[in-house]
Design a protein around this ligand. Structure first.
Ligand SMILES: [Zn+2]
Length: 205
């Protein structure tokens, strides 16, 4: 997910200790059948999956996203990463976690009736944004990079971002939440720019 034009983006360099092991992957741009697929469960997070989570984070930061899902790099597995900060900061900046989340097989176990509407963008639909309404607070169960089962509560931008990324695992894009007319306009523009960028860009995986 991208957080709308003019939103803060990654300014810090990647953790240099690990940077040499990480890879920036090529993004799948809509329209593409891989973005409409239902992804397979991971079931167990092994070293390969854990490395893929790091690569997804590296790719997300490189592309100035705040979240990324495995199908966006052409891997049809239920894996997402989320960089949106969680929780409210107090005056000293405490209480706000900026640690990115690495999630396999995420599952929403509770969602608030209260909703929030935010401007959403997507690295697979570059330069397009739309307001989407979703539950404001969620509880999510998932497997982390060490294959530990975890459960967290998220609200604010993190809640929106987790739901946006989880949608990708079922082949749902943010434009599927808006009117059919606006969706068609956006997808037609993307298809056109893909054709104009030539077969090399269209074939990137
Ligand atoms: Zn997206």
């Amino acid at each position: 997910m991208t957080a709308g034009p003019g939103q803060p983006i990654w300014t810090e360099q990647a953790d240099t200790a690990n940077a040499k092991d990480m890879a920036v992957l090529s993004l799948v741009i809509a329209p593409d059948p891989r973005l409409k697929a239902k992804c397979d469960p991971v079931k167990r997070v092994d070293a390969d999956i854990s490395r893929l989570m790091d690569d997804l984070l590296e790719t997300m930061k490189e592309e100035n996203g705040i979240g990324l899902a495995a199908p966006q790099v052409g891997i049809l597995k239920r894996i997402i990463v989320v960089g949106a900060p969680r929780g409210e900061a107090d005056d000293d900046g405490e209480g706000r976690s900026t640690d990115p989340l690495r999630m396999a097989d995420p599952e929403i176990v509770w969602a608030s009736e209260e909703t929030a509407t935010r401007d959403e963008g997507c690295l697979s639909l570059p330069d397009h944004f739309a307001e989407v309404t979703r539950p404001a607070t969620i509880r999510v169960r998932y497997r982390d990079q060490d294959d530990e089962l975890r459960e967290i509560e998220a609200d604010g931008l993190a809640a929106t971002c987790i739901q946006h990324e989880m949608d990708h695992l079922d082949g749902v894009l943010f434009v599927d939440h808006i009117s059919a007319l606006r969706r068609r306009i956006i997808l037609r523009k993307l298809a056109k720019s893909k054709r104009q960028n030539g077969p090399a860009a269209a074939a990137a995986v």
